[in-house]
Write a protein that binds this ligand. Structure first.
Ligand code: GDP
Ligand code: MG
Length: 446
């Protein structure tokens, strides 16, 4: 993994300009990788274009600090920009009640059919209930009797009352009377579920506008299915023009969508994603974290072609030589050292935090590992060439271990620890090399 990261990043960067800065020239290829990653994450083309322009403008002339490689500096700009794009400047929480003190927060949910509005209404009600709010749900989808039943069932499951008038009244009247009830009975929040259509049409928009005018919601949230991908940009734009969104709820993030829709929402409407849906249960609603989404988009896309081109991008002869050494079971401290060097060349372990799956590693953990790596390289540095090539010499000889420890200003136990970890790593390597000889892992045991 580390090999892949270093190698493909260094391949992407053809070198810094003379003054050690990111330049239009050396960013060309990495930018192309980012662009491809975003398109693969199903972000719409205009959004991608604007994003790339911004990243380029921001990264241009960024001075690459000592100990940080250009690739790390660049990926950092990309990642920060993604977060900024999705992160709300203001509150990601629901807006306060429009009617001031004592009046309820009024949340209007809009969106196409099947995106998860009714489910989100229930989830949001539960979310607010947990915050000790008294919540009322309002069912205005009069076009399908089953839609009202669905909300009523959800309501009873989470113990939240549902205001409904069956399918005979008009959605606008139901919404107005539902909100009036919430006001009269001292509810803290009222959530109005609406009917969707398979596609945007004028009837749906007219109805939404009328409901909105009747209830003056504090929040108008567009519910967007994460699987919508690049079409989200157009949807968000239309809904925002028609009903002026305060935010969005991105649903079905538990699926295998790459989250490209998330990028469009704020970019197109200026309104933030406030919550994400991560499952069918009423608990599966979370506040939106832009950092996590940035990781998802970067990690699952291809930016990290940068990272992923892995094996293919390492210099071929290097791979071959390494494999030969593995095959001959001659994996020694020099190889071990080489791994460390690769990592420090990438700017140290900080780079791990940029990688999918590692963003939750704490600074402290990274610091500890880095400290250990530094100690190990100091120890290997004070070994003789013979010892580096024949780790057994050290494993067997306490006096050699003491000498190495002294040379590096460490304790003998540090050398023992290095030997132990080295031995474990070598066993792993040898197993791997055997598997490689037998064929594809997983197929060999048939
Ligand atoms: P509506 O037509 O917009 O009201 O959509 P519904 O709330 O009826 O949801 C449509 C389908 O999507 C239902 O089967 C829901 O269980 C499902 N659904 C809603 N939100 C999520 C989610 O976050 N994750 C998953 N996996 N399914 C969801
Ligand atoms: Mg519904």
């Amino acid at each position: 993994m580390f090999d892949g990261l270093t190698a493909s990043l260094s391949k992407a960067f053809k070198g810094l300009s003379a003054d050690g800065r990111l330049s239009a020239e050396n960013m060309k290829e990495p930018l192309r990788d980012v662009r491809r990653a975003l398109l693969e994450a199903d972000v719409s083309l205009p959004v991608v274009r604007r994003f790339i322009q911004k990243v380029e403008a921001k990264a241009l002339g960024v001075e690459v600090l000592d100990g940080v490689t250009p690739q790390v500096a660049f990926v950092k700009v990309v990642s920060d920009e993604l977060v900024e794009l999705m992160g709300a400047a203001g509150s990601k929480d629901l807006e306060p009640a429009a009617g001031g003190e004592g009046s309820p927060q009024v949340v209007l949910l809009a969106g196409l059919q099947g995106v998860g509005k009714t489910t989100a209404a229930g989830k949001l009600a539960m979310f607010l209930t947990k915050r000790r709010k008294k919540v009322l749900l309002v069912a205005t989808d009069v076009y399908r009797p089953a839609a009202i039943d669905q909300l009523v069932k959800l309501g009873s499951k989470i113990d939240v009352p549902v205001y409904e008038e069956g399918t005979d009244a008009s959605p606008v009247d139901i919404a107005a009377r539902g909100v009036a009830k919430a006001v009269a009975e001292g509810y803290d929040a009222v959530i109005v579920d609406t009917a969707g259509r398979l596609q945007v049409d004028e009837a749906m928009m007219a109805e939404l506008r009328a409901i909105k005018a009747a209830i003056t919601p504090s929040d108008t949230l567009l519910v967007v299915d994460a699987m919508t991908g690049q079409e989200a940009a157009g949807l968000v734009k239309t809904f925002n023009e028609q009903v002026d969104l305060t935010g969005a709820i991105l649903t079905k993030l538990d699926g295998d969508s790459r989250g490209g829709a998330a990028l469009s929402v704020r970019e197109v409407s200026g309104a933030p994603i406030k919550f994400v849906g991560t499952g069918e249960t009423m608990e599966a609603l979370e506040p939106f974290y832009p950092e996590r989404m940035a990781n998802r988009i970067l990690g699952m896309g291809d930016v990290l072609t940068l990272y992923e081109k892995a094996a293919e991008a390492i210099k071929e002869d290097e791979v071959e030589a390494f494999q030969k050494r593995l095959a001959s079971a001659r994996f020694d401290f020099n190889d071990f050292m080489q791994q460390f060097e690769r990592i420090s060349n990438m700017g140290g372990l900080k780079v791990l935090k940029l990688m999918p799956g590692f963003s939750s590693v704490s600074e402290k953990q990274l610091y500890e590992v880095e400290k250990k790596f530094k100690m190990y390289s100091a120890l290997i540095g004070s070994m003789t060439q013979e010892e580096r090539e024949n780790p057994e010499l050290l494993i067997k000889s306490p006096s050699r271990r003491r000498r190495v420890a002294e040379g590096a200003g460490r304790k003998e136990t540090d050398v023992s620890q290095l030997c132990t970890e080295f031995a474990a790593m070598r066993v792993q390597m040898q197993t791997m090399s055997k598997m490689m000889k037998m064929g594809v892992p997983g197929q060999s045991d048939e």
